[in-house]
Write a protein that binds this ligand. Structure first.
Ligand code: 28G
Length: 660
């Protein structure tokens, strides 16, 4: 009763008999990869694991306590158990076949290799045996049962004869399977590796203390100083605790003895051993279900992790440690060396290689089994528990700190990402030490980019005259590209959302041509800063660059002059009026060679800057703010008549200053 995909129909009268869809073995030989995950070395050893699992199932079920594994040659393996022996009677559904023959020659839907993937234990014995049979050029099954010895031989899944009685077996019981993997499937060079099989056998012995596994290997297959013995008896009454001790012999440990227990709950078994490795050591988590490895984890691992983290948290709560509430399972289990083995009635697996447990109940069941014992273990030695809790809290603190650092890095990265395209930013992020040059036009911008110290100096070219904020509407202001680029580059918002701490540069330097247009642009920018970011001006962070207007040369001597006055003074004092002095007048910054721009205007060691200040009170303490507001409004505002009045009133001062 299964659908086309081999999934059992969901019926209420579900039992073992109606989930089985029996099929011949042709599909296995046709597409071996579907059944054993490939035809490589790994797949070859998968065959051995299948047969060994069937013996383990018989042992775990309590019917066998010895398993023999004998690697007779590189391509011949025999596995034997002292269990009940496969049933030899006639199969009810196939009256002319023995049960053994049915087990060995039919594919069991609802078994490990179908979509549902139930484990072999719990009444689904022998599920993998037919797949191994299909992929073996020669397979012999021998059964000792009811004091009789039976044999049946197969080749590529087909019986070479019926099950026959070959003699008496007065003192033994059990099943034995010998097989040779088919070279048509695995290639001519396919060989079993002793080390792989030995480790597989050893891990099974560790996982089930109730079994002794005897290992035997043709010595010709082993190297002279091979760490794998030719013969060994593998029996570990200490179970997982022994396994963990063995796996951590050469490692530093945080606790002297592992926390290891075995618990039976509702007829299912939960066994584990956990220790914590010293600093710098990588932890591991090896989990198994019904002795089958689950390298992709699953619900049993989840339950175990929850038990440990919740146990530690509640111990923390008990001793009044408030930080304990913040630890995660990763904090609690980092550096953990963990073995977990569960024995479930109807385990369900998932994943490409069925190596992940998905039985939903297993999370709750495992947590319950482990939690109870863990709480006892923690309270039995408060010093040890505190030590482990403190280590977990330290990892939680580290984790939180790293997360914060990452967030900061990400934030500054996105801020950098959102910078205007024409900004040539500096590489230093030490905002105090950096400067942003606001430059008039792309050509001056190009010179400034070449002249700058790219570590601490950034350049933002502005296109011509910026918007006059003193006479523009708020909408116009926020829609203006140049101004929004400017505030993006600065990292601060104009107006009430301004925060000085966000300013990305230590100094903002307005660098315009030394002419009337340049002065106008500087005035517009200062107006913008005064109106929209007065805190920046108050903090003394706004400056005016002082580019020269003239260069004077005579022989090897060069002098720069900011204006006519300086030019004349230099002519008199430096070149003392004698000889021909070459005077060049810069039309704009863009015309100045970058080296000269650097020396005269940008290099902090040789330039001069004017700091724009915003005194709040005058020398006698009067509030200057209203006065400054009025002045800016008069000079920069919409009303031309105010400007006209100011010029008329101050013309005399201006003329006096001009010295004419
Ligand atoms: C040597 C290599 C691998 C095995 C057994 C024992 C039984 C068995 C195997 O029965 C059919 C289906 C579910 C019960 C079970 C014997 C009950 C009574 C067995 C093995 C019958 C399979 N007597 N030992 N299969 N089940 N060892 N070792 O394969 O209902 S397979």
């Amino acid at each position: 009763m299964a659908d086309l995909f081999g999934n059992a129909a969901k019926t209420d009268d579900y039992d073992a008999s109606n989930i089985e869809v029996l099929e011949g073995l042709e599909p296995v030989r046709h597409r071996p990869g579907m059944y054993i995950g490939g035809t490589d070395d790994r797949a070859l050893h998968h065959l051995a694991a299948e047969i060994l699992d069937n013996s383990m199932d018989e042992a775990v079920a309590g019917h066998a306590n010895r398993i023999d594994i004998h690697l007779e040659s590189a391509d011949r393996l025999t596995i034997r158990d002292n269990g009940r022996g496969m049933p030899t009677g006639k199969h009810p559904k196939f009256p002319d076949q023995s049960a053994v023959e049915v087990i060995m020659t039919t594919l069991h839907a609802g078994g490990k290799f179908s979509g549902k993937a139930y484990a072999t234990s719990g009444g689904l014995h022998g599920v993998g045996a037919s797949v191994v049979n299909a992929l073996s050029s020669d397979l012999m099954v021998e059964i000792a049962r009811d004091k009789i010895l039976f044999q049946q031989r197969f080749s590529r899944g087909k019986p070479l004869g019926p099950l026959v009685e070959v003699g008496a077996a007065p003192n033994r019981r059990g099943t034995s399977v010998s097989f040779t993997p088919d070279t048509e499937i695995f290639g001519a060079g396919a060989k079993f590796r002793p080390a792989t099989l030995y480790r597989m056998a050893r891990s099974k012995a560790y996982l089930f203390a109730g079994v002794e596994i005897r290992w035997r290997c043709d010595p010709a297959l082993l190297g002279n100083d091979d760490p794998i013995p030719a013969e060994a008896s593998l029996h570990y009454p200490g179970g997982l605790a022994d396994y963990l001790t063995d796996a951590t012999t050469d490692k530093a440990l945080m606790i002297s003895t592992p926390f290891a227990e075995a618990v039976e709950l509702d007829g299912q078994k939960f066994e584990w051993a956990i220790t914590w490795l010293g600093p710098g050591e990588d932890g591991f988590f090896h989990s198994y279900c019904n002795t089958v490895p689950t390298p992709s984890g699953g619900t049993h691992e989840t339950g175990f992790r929850q038990a440990i983290v919740r146990g530690l948290r509640s111990f923390g709560d008990l001793v009044g440690n408030k930080k304990a509430a913040d630890i995660t399972a990763d904090d609690a289990l980092a550096g953990g060396g963990i073995m977990l083995s569960v024995f479930l009635r109807d385990p369900q697996f998932q994943g490409q290689t069925k190596d992940r447990l998905v039985s939903t109940d297993a999370t709750r069941q495992t947590e319950q089994a482990v939690r109870d014992r863990f709480d006892q273990w923690l309270s039995a030695d408060a010093g040890r528990a505190t030590f482990l809790l403190d280590a977990a809290i330290e990892r939680a603190d580290d984790r939180k700190r790293r997360k914060k650092e990452k967030e900061v890095a990400r934030k500054s990265a996105t801020r950098r990402l959102r910078l205007p395209g024409k900004l040539a930013d500096c590489s230093s992020s030490d905002h105090e030490a950096t400067e942003l040059f606001l430059v008039e036009g792309d050509s001056a911008g190009g010179s400034a980019k070449q002249a700058r110290d790219r570590k601490i100096q950034a350049v933002l070219p502005l296109r011509g005259k910026i918007l006059n904020v003193a006479s523009a509407s708020t909408e116009k202001l926020s829609a203006n590209q140049e101004l929004s680029d400017l505030s993006l580059a600065l990292g601060v918002k104009p107006g009430k959302d301004f925060r000085l701490d966000d300013l990305r540069y230590g100094r903002i330097i307005i660098m315009t041509d030394a002419d009337v247009d340049g002065a106008h642009i500087a005035a517009l920018l200062m107006t913008y800063f005064y109106r929209e970011m007065p805190q920046l001006v108050e903090a003394g962070r706004l400056y005016l660059a002082q580019p020269p207007l003239y260069r004077l040369t005579q022989g090897g001597k060069t002098v720069y002059a900011l204006d006519e006055e300086q030019r004349e003074a230099s002519m008199k004092n430096i070149f003392d009026g004698r000889g021909k002095v070459e005077i060049s007048r810069f039309k704009g910054l863009g015309e100045m060679p970058p080296s000269q721009l650097k020396e005269t205007t940008m290099n902090p060691a040789s330039r001069r800057l004017l700091q724009v200040s915003l005194p709040l009170r005058d020398s006698v303490g009067a509030d200057l703010r209203r006065h400054t507001d009025q002045l800016v409004n008069t000079l920069m505002g919409k009303k031309a008549e105010l400007r006209f009045g100011y010029i008329r009133d101050h013309a005399e001062d201006a003329l006096a200053n001009l010295d004419v």
